[in-house]
Design a protein around this ligand. Structure first.
Ligand code: C2E
Ligand code: MG
Ligand code: MG
Ligand code: MG
Length: 278
């Protein structure tokens, strides 16, 4: 009665919080066996030229097929796995899967394009990060430049000096290096100038309708033009509409990754797209 009059909930956790904790415990309890049972897999989202005629690359994106539940997306488990460290094994699993499929294509004499994987911030603080990535790439004999590692802008901004060193080492080891979600945080054009990256991926937030139309377009055009001057490949992420496409065609943007052309698809579908164009 006391708590009711004060408006205080008389239990430790609210129902939504309890549900979230149970969910989390369930995901953590099952993650190891899920990896062994083959419940994790990856999709590839194609990156097209701005006209949508050619597939120029792809991004590997992890999924979890849970029995009795269906497919769960990374937003639900990546933050948890980053906390408990399981992301280290999952990221390597995605890299290895992508390399294995690339190897099969190379062996069959079929065309390939650079494929990117996302690298969690947890890797960057480990001495064995790059050696183990190189080991996987070499085990499948992937030629330099075919495998690209995406680091988010926020990872880079956390420790500019440290990340720059790692990026240089990645490139020396034959990986291409991409900055993911550029423009989602607080990096400046000054940082852009010194980034040792091969690819700049502009965050899809740039394309969301802002308060003053036109302003965002100027920013996007400026960033893309600058990145091109700095000899980086540019990718616009999250392109959904023909109107956004029409705008990007007036910029020197190299690649478009978004639902307007394709959602993430299975590796089989991706390579079929690459072979047939449809
Ligand atoms: P990201 O690396 O920025 O990947 C792009 C995300 O945007 C993907 O979501 C993709 O499906 C989505 N997307 C693509 N085009 C569009 C569009 O036109 N509209 C909208 N609304 N969304 C679009 P997804 O697959 O759910 O992945 C979410 C995030 O999870 C990724 O963002 C990445 O940060 C992380 N992630 C995914 N796979 C992995 C992985 O294997 N390892 C790690 N460490 N992180 C991963
Ligand atoms: Mg990415
Ligand atoms: Mg992104
Ligand atoms: Mg993102």
């Amino acid at each position: 009665r006391e708590s009711r009059t004060r408006g205080i909930v008389p239990c430790a956790y609210s129902q939504p919080m309890r549900d979230a904790l149970l969910r989390r415990a369930d995901l953590e309890r099952t993650m190891e066996s899920a990896l062994e049972q083959g419940e994790f897999f990856y999709l590839i989202q194609p990156k097209y030229d701005v006209e949508g005629r050619r597939v120029l690359g792809g991004e590997a994106l992890v999924r979890w097929r849970r029995p009795d539940e269906g497919i769960v997306g990374p937003d639900e488990f990546i933050p948890l796995f980053e906390q408990n460290g399981f992301i280290l094994r999952l990221d390597e699993f995605v890299l290895e899967s992508a390399c294995r499929d690339l190897r099969a294509r190379l062996d069959a004499g079929l065309p390939v394009v650079p494929l990117s994987v996302n690298v969690s911030r947890r890797h960057l603080h480990r001495d064995d990060f790059l050696p183990s990535y190189v080991r996987i790439k070499d085990r499948y004999g992937i030629p330099d430049g075919l495998c690209e590692l995406e680091l988010t802008e926020s990872i880079v901004m956390d420790d500019l000096g440290g990340t720059f060193d790692i990026m240089e080492q990645m490139r020396a080891a034959g990986f291409r290096c991409a900055i993911d979600d550029f423009g989602s945080g607080y990096s400046s054009l000054n940082v852009l100038k010194s980034l040792p990256a091969d690819v700049l991926k502009l965050d899809r937030g740039f394309l969301l309708e802002g308060t003053s139309p036109g302003t965002e377009e100027t920013v996007v055009r400026t960033v893309i033009t600058m990145a091109k001057d700095l000899r980086m490949d540019t990718v616009m992420e999250g392109v959904e509409t023909p109107k956004q496409l029409a705008f990007l065609r007036t910029t020197p943007c190299d690649m478009v990754q978004g639902f307007v052309f394709s959602r993430p698809v299975t590796p089989e579908e991706f390579y079929r797209l690459l072979d047939t164009g449809k």
